[in-house]
Each structure stands twice: as C-alpha cells, then as structure tokens.
Design a protein around this ligand. Structure first.
Ligand code: SGN
Ligand code: CA
Length: 525
C-alpha cells in the first residue's frame, strides 16, 4: 500500500482551502439566519391610485404614461389582479388595513368618523413582537397614530406644495413637493434605524395622486403634448343603472371644476375655492415654473370657448395630464426607495407592498372620484415583492382585499392574528399555493351619504363572475355579469335568464353578512 505524504507546501494550501470553506460556510449560515428571520415590511401606499394608471396592469395608459419603478415590484414579485377594498373611501380603507376588520367592526365608516386608536392593530402587534415601526405621510384618521415608534403625518388631506407635517415632537411647513418630502423623510428614517438590529415595518403613505392632482416641479411639462385615450363609456347615459349612478355628483362634465380641479386660475377667480390650499401655498419660484406651463393653457382655453362634449373631452385630457404626472412623481420616488433597499442589501429580506387606499375613475362612466362598488373604484392596485419567497413575474387572480393585510403581515412575522381580524393571510397565495377553501365572495359596504360626491349608501358582494349590489336606502338592486360586461353597463338584476344565479347570489349575500356580523337596520333582511 502506498503511503501518502503531504508536502509542506501542499498541506499549507489545503489548510488554507479548508479555512476558506469554513469561513464561507459560516458567512453563508449567518446570511441564512438573517434572511430567514422575520422580514422587514415596507408598505408603500398611495391615495386614489387607479390600477388603470399602473403600467404593470397593461391598461390604456401603459405606453403613454408608464410607471417603470412601481412595475419593478411586479417584475420581481407578484401582481394581484383582483385586489379590492371593503369600503372605497380613504379613512375607512386605512382603518380596515390597520385593524384587519370591516368598517362596522372597527367603527370607522366614513371620512367624518374618528379612528379609535385604542383598538388592536397590526403595527401594535408587530411592535410588541420586536419590530421597529414607523408611519410617514398621509394618515387621515383624525386621532393620533398609535402603535408606531415614529410618525410624521400630513394634517388631514395634506398639501402638495410646502406641506405641513405633524410629528410627536414637531409641527410645521416644510419647503418642497409632498411626494419628494415623504420619501426624503422615509429614507432618513430607514437610514437612522438600519443598524438597530430589529426588523422594521414602515408605512410610507403618499398624498398623491389625490384631488386636485397638483403635479410637482419636475413634471410640470411631462404630458403636455400627449393625447390620452378616452374610455368608451366617457359619455355614459346610465341607462339600466339605478338612481345612485344617475344622481351622483362626480362627473367630469358637471362636478369637475375649471379653477380648482383644472387650475385655470385667472385674476377673477383667484382667492376662492381651493386657491389658498393649492397655488396659494407656492413660493415665488414654484409659481413662476407653474405659470410658465399654465398661462398658455389658460389662454388656449379662453380662445377655444368649448361647449358640451368638446368641453368634457378637453377637461378629461387636462385631468389625465395632471393626474398621471402626479403619479410619475410617485413612481420616481418609489424608484429612490427601491434603489436604497438594493444598495443596502435590504431588498433581500423585505416584503415590499405597493397599493392604494382604493381605486379611482379615470373618466369611466364619465366620472372621477371613487366610493361606488363598480370595478374601477372597488378594485385597488396590489403588487408585492419578497425576494426568494414570492416567485418573480407572477400574477394572482384570487379575490383578495385590504382586509387581508393585517393578517398577512402578522403571518409573515410569525405572529398569531387575533380572532377579531376578519381577513385572511395572503402568504400562501404569495407562494403560489392558494388554499382549496380560499374565499369565493367579498363583502362591500359604503356608508358616506349624504356627503361629498353624493353616492348613495350601498352594500354588496362580488364573486369571480357575478356582482350583486343593494342601494338599501333606495331599495334598488343592481347585478352585473363581469365576464360579459366588465365595464358594468348592463344591470341584469331581475333578468329572467339570470334567475337562479340571482337567488344564489342573494343567499350568499345573506350568509356573508351573517359571517361578518353585519347588523344594519335597513340591510338586515
Ligand atoms: C375631498 C375631495 C373629494 C374627495 C374627498 C375624500 N374634494 O373632499 O373629491 O372625494 O376629499 O377623498 S377636494 O376638493 O377637497 O379635493 S379621500 O381620498 O380622502 O377619501
Ligand atoms: Ca383616497
């Protein structure tokens, strides 16, 4: 048998090789420990951002007004095509997200209600379980934020230019454009806390693209030469629909204001309406940049003297140019945050969510605003990225809701959700493993009437194909076949050919209300 002798030089080489392997294993193990610990959660939230205005959704603005940075989240993760809200309006959506409960359970039904900050929320539970939590941007819940180590909020709706911020220690206006400032503050907070050794949960909540759609200094001219496609139902006559659709106050034709909404500020109309909270807040330099773009628009408008449908078309173009330009700023700023995470290796174990408080009408049915249970405002965009957990470039078509966020975030952090929460964790869906018993219907309830935009109270359910709505104070029903009629132009309630579907939907509606504990005098039949 041959004896093997190592030459000294060879042994040294092998020893070094061994040491290198051990060292790299140790490093890998450490990485794995970090990567498998509770993930950071970054919840990027905008206000009134229609899914139609995100290019990842491949809708009518994709080519003309792309959102490449928001799309990065979809490319590296999952796009949810059927994400909805329980009550399509700002404060109620936020309350549902925090509590994981429907409006009738968390007590916040309308923008006029005050959020009870004593109740259990997911940020409180994350914080109790070792997370550092922060909320920066629009809050709109009227009571002080609870459950956050740090918060800096816009008062009420907030302002686009030189906005005020309130924090637990300070209040005052900050010079700049709101979307940039919310991002600056968020990045500063991330940087200051990156070495604390704890996972973070940051709610980064933009004001944009909320009415009055004031674009920022970097995007004033962006879409001025673009003609955007109109939706086919821009001139909807609401035939077959009920009183609510006919009597709302949210049309581009009647409700959209030339001065406050479309910023046609002339010497005569200054100092009225929203002048002081928009143009009135700008400094000299901001006004000069603004006027350079808007003065020619005002002149063009005065010369054209448009009427009727032509005027509606012109207003629609102005609306889209402004609305989509505020979104471009959101998109640029999402890019800044994603870059920061990547540069700091934080993208590796962070669940990144992009969503909005509800959807919005971009001229569909002739409208802007939200509130109705029709698809454009009932749906909300939802994109999620979590490296190594969510497969890249995937699309989910299950019925999901803003009711599900609280339980999802608790689940990814390994924390048990309290029974009071009424949603379901999206974690299995995120890994492509939708449970057999996933929900087949979602419950909706809108309460803010009488109120701005005059949308009657209604509740209803939607399934994969059919939707049932009850305007209970009018006792009017609507039903839609989303497969045959995705734009909901044809109310099929009481159509004999849908008889059996209607009765099974009505039955399902009653059962779902019972399941969620809905007690409402006029809708409890
Ligand atoms: C303001 C807006 C409305 C909007 C509500 C609620 N008018 O009242 O158009 O529907 O907020 O919006 S404005 O002239 O003040 O802009 S929400 O997103 O906060 O629910
Ligand atoms: Ca909103």
């Amino acid at each position: 048998m041959r004896k093997v002798h190592f030459q000294p030089i060879k042994s040294l080489f092998l020893f070094l090789l061994f040491a290198l392997i051990v060292a790299s294993c140790t490093k890998k193990e450490t990485e794995e420990v970090t990567a498998s610990g509770p993930p950071n959660i970054l919840f990027i939230f905008s206000d009134d951002h229609a899914f139609q205005a995100i290019s990842a959704y491949e809708d009518r603005f994709s080519k003309l007004a792309p959102t490449p940075n928001i799309d990065r989240i979809a490319d590296r993760g999952m796009r949810f095509d059927r994400a909805y809200v329980t009550n399509s309006i700002c404060a109620p959506s936020r309350a549902t997200i925090l509590t994981g409960a429907h409006s009738h359970v968390n007590g916040l039904r309308t923008n006029g209600d005050i959020f009870d900050g004593e109740q259990i929320t997911f940020p409180k539970l994350l914080r109790e379980n070792g997370y550092t939590t922060a909320l920066i941007g629009k809050w709109h819940l009227r009571s002080k934020p609870t459950g956050f180590d740090h918060w800096e909020i816009l008062p009420g709706q907030g302002h686009y230019y030189n906005p005020d911020f309130i924090s637990d220690t300070d209040t005052g206006a900050v010079e700049g454009y709101v979307t940039d400032l919310i991002t600056d503050k968020s990045l500063a907070w991330l940087e200051a806390n990156k070495a604390d050794g704890k996972p973070f949960m940051l709610m980064l909540q933009h004001k944009a693209p909320h009415r009055e759609w004031e674009k920022g200094p970097d995007h004033l001219e962006l879409y001025e030469d673009v003609e955007f496609p109109e939706p086919f139902n821009l001139f909807d006559d609401y035939d077959t629909r009920g009183t609510a659709a006919k009597e709302q106050d949210m049309t581009i034709r009647e409700t959209m204001q030339l001065d406050s909404d479309l910023k046609l500020w002339t010497e005569e109309n200054r100092n009225k309406g929203s002048f002081n909270r928009t143009y009135g807040r700008m400094n000299e330099e901001q006004r000069a940049a603004w006027d350079a773009v808007y003065d020619p628009i005002i002149q063009e408008f005065q010369e054209k003297n448009l009427q009727g449908e032509e005027l509606v078309r012109w207003k629609y173009q102005r609306y889209m140019r402004d609305y989509l330009a505020t979104i471009r700023s959101v998109d640029d700023n999402v890019g800044r945050v994603l870059d920061y995470l990547e540069e700091n290796g934080l993208d590796e174990n962070t669940l990144i969510v992009y969503t909005s408080d509800q959807g919005f009408y971009l001229g569909e049915h002739g409208w802007f605003d939200k509130r109705f249970m029709y698809e454009e405002s009932f749906r909300t965009p939802l994109l999620m990225q979590w490296q190594g957990k969510i497969p890249e470039g995937t699309v989910n078509k299950d019925l999901v809701s803003n009711l599900d966020f609280a339980q999802t975030f608790l689940d990814v952090a390994g924390i048990e959700a309290p029974d009071r929460m009424q949603g379901r964790s999206l974690l299995p869906l995120m890994t492509g493993d939708t449970p057999e018993n996933w929900r087949d219907y979602l419950y909706y309830h809108y309460y803010e009437f009488p109120g701005v935009h005059s949308v009657n109270k209604h509740e209803g359910i939607t399934g994969e194909r059919f939707k049932l709505m009850h305007f209970y104070e009018l006792d009017e029903w609507e039903m839609y076949d989303l497969q045959e009629d995705p734009m909901e132009m044809n109310n099929i309630y009481n159509h004999p050919e849908y008889d059996s579907i209607q009765s099974s939907l009505t039955d399902r509606f009653k059962r779902l209300k019972r399941q969620y504990g809905v007690i409402h005098p006029k809708s409890d039949y």
